[in-house]
Design a binder for this molecule. Structure first.
Ligand code: ADP
Ligand code: MG
Ligand code: MG
Length: 205
């Protein structure tokens, strides 16, 4: 995967977020404060604008996303996603191409960043659960076929969103609801699954 593919992925994700804005907000209205869709849409619209003029390399591209999300997404999700993209940007220093092996390291770094930032190690019904599922799935890929990797990641993410629906939220605003959070999809988990589904779709074209 090269920088042009990464740009396509991020630009397409920005569109997906616009399309899913009301759905994400609906999910957050049920167990949070109803702003995840607008938070994400604001941040990713700005990413899209910034990327139009962007001419840098892989590491800078992830850094641009990190900075933009930290400064434009209000709420918990901004710093969380911002940290993930920052850590990923650090792994990509000097790289012009992301191999399947690089993806393993990249996802490890992003996932670890979210876990540290959110103070979670999983099972607490947050986006971290989905990042961790995707990261673990990546380690299972033995070949160097990125198509197969992306399709695995996308499936693992969606599966985890469904599984974690039954969990009780122990972090973030949804935790205030206690048992009443059970049976609802976590909004940040949904937006994370959309990120990896969009990666798979963009790279299958
Ligand atoms: P806010 O909760 O501040 O309104 P958002 O609605 O944009 O922010 O994002 C909420 C999402 O952030 C949740 O669905 C969850 O996935 C994620 N989140 C919240 N707190 C944490 C945490 N401590 N660790 C990991 N993820 C978290
Ligand atoms: Mg919210
Ligand atoms: Mg909020």
């Amino acid at each position: 995967m090269k920088v042009v593919d990464v740009k396509n992925w991020f630009c397409r994700y920005a569109e997906v977020i616009q399309e899913k804005k009301s759905f994400l907000t609906e999910l957050d209205s049920a167990i949070g404060d109803g702003d995840h869709g607008t938070n994400m849409a604001r941040g990713w619209k700005e990413v899209q604008t910034q990327l139009k003029a962007f001419k840098g390399g892989l590491s800078e591209c992830f850094l641009l996303v990190s900075r933009t999300l930290i400064s434009h997404v209000g709420g918990a999700s901004g710093p969380l996603y911002g940290t993930a993209f920052l850590r990923m940007s650090m792994v990509l220093k000097e790289k012009e191409h992301i191999s399947v092996e690089d993806w393993k390291e990249l996802l490890n770094a992003g996932c670890e960043g979210i876990g540290q930032r959110g103070g979670t190690s999983g099972g607490e019904k947050t986006m971290y659960d989905v990042w961790l599922a995707v990261t673990n799935e990546a380690q299972q890929e033995t070949g160097d076929d990125e198509r197969s990797l992306f399709s695995r990641l996308s499936e693992a993410a969606r599966k985890k969103v469904e599984e974690s629906k039954e969990l009780k939220a122990l972090k973030g605003r949804a935790s205030y609801l206690g048992d009443r959070s059970i049976g609802h999809i976590d909004p940040g988990s949904e937006s994370t699954a959309l990120l990896f589904e969009t990666l798979d779709q963009t790279m299958s074209q």
